[in-house]
Structure formats: C-alpha cells, structure tokens
Design a protein around this ligand. Structure first.
Ligand SMILES: Cc1cc2nc3c(=O)[nH]c(=O)nc-3n(C[C@H](O)[C@H](O)[C@H](O)COP(=O)(O)OP(=O)(O)OC[C@H]3O[C@@H](n4cnc5c(N)ncnc54)[C@H](O)[C@@H]3O)c2cc1C
Length: 510
C-alpha cells in the first residue's frame, strides 16, 4: 500500500506522477479509485494525516465569516469555516452524515427568474453517474422505484409539490468507521497509486504564459517543503479551499489562477435549515399536522433511514418565482416540538386538524430549506492574516438577497395553503422576515465558488470541469456547482467525479 508521509521525505524532494490530485477527500479518492490498476501514475497530495488533528484543522481557521440578508442583523459565524469540514485523509467524509439525495431535474434547468441559474448538463445526463455513485456508496439507485411503494403512499397536496427520497450511506467515518477505512485506503494498494500524507499544497505554479500548471509547492507543518509535477492536475480540496488555493496562487497572474474574469470565490452558496421549534427566539409552533394518513414515507425517527422530503417542483417554482424548497418532517409528541413552549399555536392548529377527515390528527415537527440563489456578492476572499504555512486565511461573506427571502416566504405560505386546500393538514409558520437569519442553522455544504459554465466570462470551469484558459487543471467538488439546489451535495460530487474520471481516462488512454 503506497502511503508516504511527506514529512519523512528529504527536504526539496520532487514528487512526480502523470496525474496529481490535490486533496484526498470524497472527491479526490473517488477519482483515484477509477484510475487504480491502470498505467497512469496517480499521486494524491493530502494535507491531513490519517487522524484528525487540531494543528491540521488550524489551517482551516478563517479570518471571519458572516451570514447576511436584507432586513436581518448580520450573523457572525467565525468558527464555521473550521468546523464545517475536516482536514484529514477522507476529508469531511470522516465526519459526514452519509445523507444522500440527487439534485432534482429542476436544479439543472435554466430558470429565467433566477439569475445565473442553469447547468451545462441535465439530470438525465448525470443519471448514469448518479447510479454509479450510489453503487460506490452501496445505496439504492434513485430511479423512482421507491415512489411506487404502496405501503408508503405519497402525500398528495397538489401539483407544485412532490416526494423526494433520501437515503443514508454507511461510508462515513462517523457511521461505520471500518467500512470508511476501507473506502479511504484500499484503493491505494494498486501499484500505480501513491498517497502523500501531510502534503499541503500551498501554491499552484503556472507557466510564464499562464496557460498551464507546471509545478505545485508542497509544505509539511513544522517540516520540509517539496515540489510536485505532473502532466495533469485535479484540484479537489473542498468547496472553500479550492477557491482559496486558486486565489492565493497569484505570482503569475495577480488575480490568481483561473480568475481572469474575477469569478473565483464568488457565488458561494450554502444550505441552511429554517426551524422555529429549535430556537429560543420563537417558541414551539412550527408544526405539520395531517389527519391520520399513513405518513411512514416522511416520518422517520432521527430522520435516519430511507425517507422522503416534500419538495417543490419546477412548475411550482416558476409560478412562485422561487427556488427549490423542501420540508423535512420528523415525529414529535404533543404539545409541540419544544418542551415548555407556549403551545397556543399547537392547540389552535390541533383543533383545526381535528376537523379534517374526522380522523385523529397526527403531529409532526418539520424544518424548511430553501435554495440559496447564486449571488456574486456571496463570496470567499483572502484576508491579510496568514496560517502556519504562510497561506492567506479566507473571509466568508455568505449573502442572501431579497429574492431569496421572498421565495422562501412565498413557498412556505403556498405549502400551507396547499395542505389546507387538499384537506391534508395545517401548517403554522410564525417566522418574521427580520428573524430568518437568526433562526437558520447552517449545514456544512460549500458550493459555487468555482462555478461551471461553458462561457469563460460566466464560469471558472468548463462543462468537463477544466479550468477555462488552462490546459491541464481540472476541479472536482461542490465548488463547481452553478446552482446548489437543496440536496446534500456529496452524491452529486461523486457523480461529477466519476464523469470527470471517465473523461480524463479517455484523454489519457487509461
Ligand atoms: C459534520 C458534517 C456532516 C455532513 N453531512 C453530510 C451529509 O449527510 N450529506 C452530504 O451530502 N454531505 C454532508 N456533509 C458535507 C460532505 O462531507 C462534503 O460535501 C464532502 O465530504 C466534500 O468532499 P470533497 O472531497 O469535495 O471535500 P473535502 O471533504 O473538504 O476534502 C478535501 C480534502 O482536501 C484536503 N486539503 C484541503 N486543502 C488542501 C491543500 N491545500 N493541500 C492538500 N490537501 C488539502 C483536505 O484535508 C481533505 O482531505 C457534511 C459535512 C460535515 C462537516
């Protein structure tokens, strides 16, 4: 098994391969696995070691992070860039929840009411790669079969909403450590694969003409520095770090690598959940009620195991001029999700629900998610402050627009109306606009900072994931997502990684 601790190499060693992958997380490992056993010499340069460590994690500290939205107070989230990812072999795969859901067909569409929307591929194009990603994670394919289960009927609340299935993979360091250990190491038994640990890439060096990568600078914490060269390079360092490394590599082009149009770091999109039952701000009143219908498809203890969320579909989004929207339900007990809450709303809603169909009402907790519109002002920039390796730290400005808040409020209201009109339940959502940022909880998904677009003026990478203007640098990971949908990103990261692997294998004759 070819694992090399880069700290043990003589200083100024020169690492050589045909293909170098920067970052051994879910994306980087997935690509390397596709090349295992081929004639292509692959090196992964992984900044972390085998175990999580504070010193490696310190490199992820930011110089500041803030969530902001119109009419809301700014919300500092300075620890978020450190705590929402893991600098270790396997990356955030060491700690992720394993929750998988593909993007919906609507997420890929060009939606006139959402500026900068549209992927250069459709869900149908990506479906074969989603299937392979599911095989890799040992979960069922998302092929619609689950929707036909008569034991788990779909809640019909009108044409604008659908059921979207969610499943969990065991391949996470936090879920099944032994299985994940196999996932992150076994591929390196192939003779053509070498994984360098503690090998932090600190600069992507370009040729004088700036049209190709010629060298990477590699640094070990409190250890030697090296260089690495290959014919081709893939940057797979995660949704924040991909942008950071491109911006910091500014010796040939002052704007950084791949940044001729000033797009690197812009369009940061995150996912947040909105819930008024898990905060002290507004007491327990975000409830979903249905009149005794079988709800096994949606209600899952711990939100674990296969279940569905309620999602808005493309015609619904179009009519409401909104983005994607989901409602995730979970079982809860009366009088409301929050013990000690006021409960008046619960009682009022319960009385309404009791009249529905004459059946016993069922009480459920829920949280909402709404797509974050691509926004050039939502961005990662470099700060003056440096980390222990001399790399500038990032600053995150996670920015929502009025259109984001309008879309969320309109769709939440329409969801409530649709439930009522279908006589399926009642929904109580007493969130004030001025509180939306405060009641949101940030997911650890970082998307959009090196977006994909066929036009170099609108995207950092082309539809194959190659950086515009550079012959031999590709980018893998959620930083290439043009829009973020609401689905947890890792299944899509893997599908795109498999697609890129096929493309590069063809080009490299592997
Ligand atoms: C607690 C938690 C729960 C999550 N739950 C879910 C979930 O349920 N479902 C879901 O879809 N997603 C979830 N995510 C997000 C998911 O983990 C990520 O989307 C996914 O792991 C990203 O994979 P990646 O390989 O693109 O990036 P990363 O996992 O960030 O991997 C990047 C790799 O690059 C290395 N690296 C970084 N910089 C350098 C450098 N300069 N030089 C060399 N190496 C470098 C890192 O050490 C790391 O190994 C969760 C995340 C967290 C933190």
């Amino acid at each position: 098994m070819a694992f090399i601790d880069a700290r043990t190499l003589p200083a100024d060693s020169r690492i050589e391969a045909d293909l170098i992958i920067i970052g051994g997380g879910m994306a980087g490992i997935t690509i390397a696995r596709q090349f295992a056993g081929t004639a292509v010499r692959v090196a992964i340069l992984e900044g972390g070691g085998r175990d999580l460590s504070d010193t490696a994690q310190d490199l992820y500290d930011a110089a500041g992070a803030t969530v902001r939205a119109p009419d809301n107070a700014d919300r500092p989230l300075d620890d978020y860039p450190r705590n929402s990812r893991a600098r270790v072999l396997g990356g955030s795969g060491m700690v992720w929840g394993g929750k998988c859901r593909p993007l919906d067909a609507a997420d890929f569409a060009r939606r006139d009411w959402i500026p900068h929307s549209g992927w250069p591929m459709s869900r149908r194009d990506l479906q074969p790669f989603y299937d392979r990603a599911c095989d890799l994670l040992e979960i069922p394919h998302f092929d619609g079969a689950e929707a036909k289960d008569p034991e788990r009927p779909i809640l019909d609340i009108g044409a604008d909403f659908m059921a979207a299935p969610v499943v969990f993979s065991k391949y996470s360091g936090g879920v099944d450590p032994a299985a994940f250990e196999r996932f992150r190491t076994e591929f390196a038994q192939a003779p053509n694969i070498t994984v360098y640990l503690h090998a932090n890439v600190t600069r992507i060096g370009l040729s004088k003409s700036g049209d190709r990568v010629v060298q990477l600078d590699v640094a070990c914490l409190d250890g030697p520095r090296h260089t690495a060269t290959a014919g081709r390079y893939i940057l797979a360092a995660g949704g924040i770090e991909n942008a950071r490394l491109l911006l910091a590599s500014n010796d040939v082009d002052l704007a950084g690598v791949g940044n001729r149009h000033g797009l690197v770091g812009r369009f940061f999109q995150g996912h947040v959940t909105y819930s008024v039952d898990e905060t002290d701000l507004v007491e327990g009143s975000a409830l979903y009620l249905t009149a005794g219908k079988p709800m096994g498809r949606y209600l899952n203890p711990d939100r674990r195991g296969a279940h569905s969320v309620i999602a808005s579909d493309l015609p619904g989004q179009q009519r409401l001029k909104a983005g994607n929207f989901t409602v995730t339900l979970y079982p809860t007990a009366p009088p409301g999700p929050k013990a000690g809450g006021r409960g008046e709303e619960t009682i009022a809603v319960g009385q309404m629900a009791a009249k529905l169909d004459g059946a016993a009402p069922l009480l459920a907790g829920c949280f909402l998610m709404a797509e974050h519109f691509p926004n050039p002002e939502s961005r990662i920039t470099l700060a003056g402050e440096k980390d222990a390796l001399g790399m500038p730290r990032v600053k995150l400005d996670w920015t929502y627009s009025t259109a984001d808040l309008d879309g969320l409020e309109r769709t939440a209201a329409h969801f409530g109306d649709s439930l009522g009109a279908a006589a399926k339940g009642r929904f109580c959502w007493p969130a004030e606009r001025r509180d939306l940022v405060a009641i949101s909880t940030a997911s650890r998904h970082h998307m959009g900072t090196t977006r994909m677009h066929a036009d170099p003026r609108q995207g950092v990478v082309d539809p194959d994931g190659r950086v515009h203007g550079l012959r031999n640098l590709h980018i893998a990971g959620s930083s290439v997502f043009p829009t973020s949908g609401i689905a947890n990103p890792t299944l899509t990261i893997l599908a795109l990684a498999l697609r890129m692997s096929d493309h590069l294998k063809r080009q490299m004759g592997a």
